[in-house]
Design a binder for this molecule. Structure first.
Ligand SMILES: [Ca+2]
Ligand SMILES: [Ca+2]
Length: 328
């Protein structure tokens, strides 16, 4: 919506001091008349578009007053009117400009609209409802360093899909970016478990199959390493599935963005994926991974083939622990 408010000049003239035009120095000069007052600037555009239920943006600032009149001409002609003021700046987007954080990644994944630029910035996911979760909200919890504070890590996840693949952006709060270890899980990382067809086997004793992937996305560790991504592991004899990834450090942690192409052709609306999201955290130097948590650790009917210890009963060893969000 665009709103325009033109203030009547007469009102502005009573509210602002007049600005006089300058005089020329012509031979037969007489005083030039005062320059007219500039007209008011246009009001700014309204703020960013509202989300599904977001509040409208704020109105823009009023335009600046017009500049003074031009110098009077030779012979004492009156000065011209001042130029119009600049249009007001656009209003800021309303707080509700993006969709509210009422998403449920394990239940439904909305359709993606627009064009994604995989750069770590999640502005193209503004209309996608986010799911915010942390250690306390997760079904899978695993602590390896009790000195760490599990309450400091929180994820804001936005996932969406189209005919090409699954797209996502994750914002992770993290007080201390660290990665001390050889394996991708030995430090701060995000893991996406994904399969667009039911895998033919579990994973603990074999490689992933059926297009299932475990994607690691690691933030930059300032001064140490750049953002990186790993597909791990891949099925024996098949190439690693390429996916687009970008990460960046932000004020309160880090963000990762990805595009994962469908492995079994474009799915139709209503298809249920196999999917899980896991976050690994290292905040204590020298300790390697401190803890990790994943959205889903669903009960497996008939038992998981990896329930040999608490740490092995986890998303990485059996896809049946994952959740089954439906493509909307
Ligand atoms: Ca982006
Ligand atoms: Ca950390």
């Amino acid at each position: 919506m665009r709103t325009t408010h033109l203030l009547p000049t007469v009102l502005l003239a009573t509210a602002l001091p007049l600005t006089s035009g300058c005089f020329s120095t012509g031979d037969d000069e007489s005083a030039g008349g005062a320059g007219g007052l500039g007209s008011a600037g246009n009001a700014g555009d309204a703020g960013g578009g509202a989300g599904d239920s977001g509040a409208a943006g704020q109105a823009g600032d009023a335009g600046a007053a017009g500049s003074g009149g031009a110098a009077g001409g030779a012979g004492g002609h009156a000065g011209g009117a001042g130029s119009a003021g600049h249009a007001g700046s656009a209003g800021t987007a309303g707080a509700g400009g993006c969709a509210p954080a009422d998403g449920d990644v394990c239940a439904a994944i909305p359709a993606f609209v627009g064009t994604q630029v995989v750069d770590g910035v999640g502005d193209e996911f503004c209309s996608v409802p986010a799911q915010v979760f942390g250690y306390a909200d997760s079904e899978y919890q695993y602590v390896t360093n009790v000195a760490a504070d599990t309450s400091l890590s929180q994820v804001t996840a936005r996932l969406a899909w189209d005919a090409s693949g699954l797209r996502g952006h994750l914002h992770v709060t993290d007080p201390n970016l660290l990665h001390e270890g050889v394996e991708p899980y030995d430090g701060d990382n995000v893991q996406l478990f994904i399969a667009d067809a039911t895998p033919s086997e579990y994973f603990v004793n074999s490689s992933y199959s059926g297009g299932a992937n475990q994607l690691f996305m690691l933030p930059a560790v300032p001064g140490v390493s750049d953002p990186s991504a790993v597909v791990y592991p891949v099925a024996v004899g098949t190439p690693a599935v390429a996916f687009d990834f970008a990460g960046r450090v932000v004020a309160d942690g880090y963000e990762v963005e990805f595009f994962w192409p469908w492995q079994n052709g474009a799915p139709s609306q209503g298809t249920a994926l196999w999917l899980d999201l896991q976050v690994g955290v290292q905040d204590v130097a020298g300790a390697g991974r401190d803890f990790e948590y994943a959205l889903a650790l669903r009960d497996v009917v008939g038992g998981s083939n990896c329930e040999t210890s608490a740490s092995r009963n986890s998303p990485w060893c059996d896809y049946r622990h994952w959740c089954r969000p439906v493509l909307q």
